[in-house]
Write a protein that binds this ligand. Structure first.
Ligand code: 13P
Ligand code: SF4
Length: 313
């Protein structure tokens, strides 16, 4: 189907149904360009809670749509493709979490937002990459913390806060591959660039150390996707190497067209985020598909850690 036709129809259907399109920074350019709101996990969750629309079409992955549905239970939340999963969210299930908790009675469970709703329901706090450090700092120092599921983010938080945690051995298959080996070559190629690194990356802790110890270490910055965008716009630098999923480059080039952005690897592509296309977005609005609804009992329990996440921004 033609892009212009799809855009026209999507805008018409959005109006008829009082719908809003929320899209993550990793979405394909055509979807980003028609979204009402673009953002990172935290920004999208905040927006899901604020919107006056009746229908939220979530162009992101399944756990994000679930979170939106928990935050706004009265709204219809749609995801254009149910296959939009997340390898990181799949790295722990509810049975594993319950067993882990039994081994650590009394520990506080801090879950990254990249988790399924039933895992959130068994957690004390949720965090996103943009507020994880603040949330962990807010937990009383005498409490043991179980952090899940991302070991790279967990190790990074430990290093920044100085707080020892017990960390689940999970990872995102896209970010885990972004390591130091790739970095070293790129640094030679773009010596004047600043490096924007997502804390889910396999190299996040070593980059943090390098940022504090190497002569030009201050060129390495660790951010959530929205943090990267804000920084790229405000920094005086003219070029940036971006260590996260490459979908973000579209928005970076739009908000700072005078600057240059290079992906740390062209292969950093999340196939789950890319399942969503303009055509599927159109069908989602046309047929109200696919509704994401969290069972009430799980949603009620999951809303407490999510609320805590939204309060600490
Ligand atoms: P943020 O956009 O919250 O930084 O998260 C990155 C991510 O991997 C989402 O799945
Ligand atoms: Fe999940 Fe990784 Fe894809 Fe983000 S990039 S949605 S963490 S699989």
């Amino acid at each position: 189907m033609e892009k212009d036709f799809l855009y026209k129809e999507i805008i018409k259907l959005k109006d008829e149904k009082n719908a809003v399109i929320l899209a993550h920074n990793y979405q394909v350019p055509e979807v980003q360009d028609i979204a009402d709101f673009l953002g990172d996990s935290l920004g999208l969750s905040i927006e899901a809670g604020k919107t006056s629309a009746d229908v939220i079409v979530f162009c992101g992955v399944h756990f994000m749509a679930e979170t939106a549905s928990i935050i706004s239970p009265k709204k219809k939340v749609l995801i254009p493709d149910l296959e939009a999963g997340c390898s990181l969210a799949s790295s722990i299930n509810i049975k594993q979490l319950k067993e882990w908790k039994v081994k650590h009675p009394g520990a506080i469970v801090v879950s990254y937002v990249n988790t399924t709703a039933d895992v959130k329901a068994e957690s004390d706090y949720c965090v996103t990459s943009s507020n994880a450090v603040k949330v962990v700092n807010s937990i009383p120092a005498d409490k043991e913390i179980l952090f899940l599921p991302d070991k790279y983010l967990g190790n990074y938080i430990e290093m920044v806060t100085g707080r020892k945690m017990i960390i689940w051995d999970g990872a995102c298959h896209v970010h885990e591959k972004i390591g130091n080996v790739v970095f070293k070559d790129i640094q030679v190629k773009y010596p004047d660039a600043e490096f924007l690194i997502h804390p889910e990356c396999g190299c996040s802790t070593s980059c943090l150390v390098r940022s504090q110890t190497e002569p030009h270490g201050d060129r390495m910055k660790i951010f959530s996707t929205e943090g990267m965008l804000r920084y790229a716009k405000s920094s005086e630098s003219k070029s940036f190497v971006v260590a996260t999923e490459i979908g973000i480059l579209h928005r970076m080039k739009k908000i700072a067209p005078e600057k240059s952005f290079y992906p740390v690897s062209e292969k950093s592509v999340c196939e789950y985020m890319k399942t969503i296309t303009l055509e599927k977005l159109y069908y989602s609005l046309l047929y109200d598909q696919f509704e994401v609804k969290v069972p009430e009992e799980i949603a009620i329990r999951a809303s407490t850690p999510i609320q805590r996440m939204l309060e600490i921004v």
